[in-house]
Design a protein around this ligand. Sequence first.
Ligand SMILES: [Zn+2]
Length: 199
Amino acid sequence: MTDAPREIERLIELMARLPGLGPRSARRAVLMLLKKRGQVMAPLAQAMAEVALSARDCTVCGNIGTSDVCGICADQRRAVGQICVVADVADLWAMERGGAFKGRYHVLGGTLSALDGVGPEELRIPRLIARVAEEAVTEIILALNATVDGQTTAHYIADALEGAGVAVTSLAQGVPVGGELDYLDDGTIGAALRARKQF
Ligand SMILES: [Zn+2]
């Protein structure tokens, strides 16, 4: 707690919910914003208000953007035959930073987890299976974390697509056991993509 007015306390409480920020960092961040009201706080508040209204999930792949179909899905130059399956938008961003993949994506919105009660219907798995049937897909590249839940999800998708006439591959070396894509350097992701193997 601080001696700040209620509105400012509320701001600190909200900021403290951000990843990587605890109450202490949130207080420091809010204090900095208050000191730089004109240069940082007002433009930040305006940008957040705008994006809060315009942000939406791509109806095709689940990527977050500001239109119904995201920039990647709308990009005619990107190959249509390959779909790279990721758990989260952060993983899509990590793959894009690597710059090695020129196809399209499918964002599941998480991974299967019996413990947390996350089943296929809670994720965009039915939508992925529908895309394979609707689009001219030749390869599904599973770019899921090398964690138990990530690999459970990979196996589930591979089983679900058996007989669908697509190759199912997964990222190869370079992804450490227990590793998360978002923490890998760009070169490692590129190497893992190029050396992908039959799943
Ligand atoms: Zn999309």
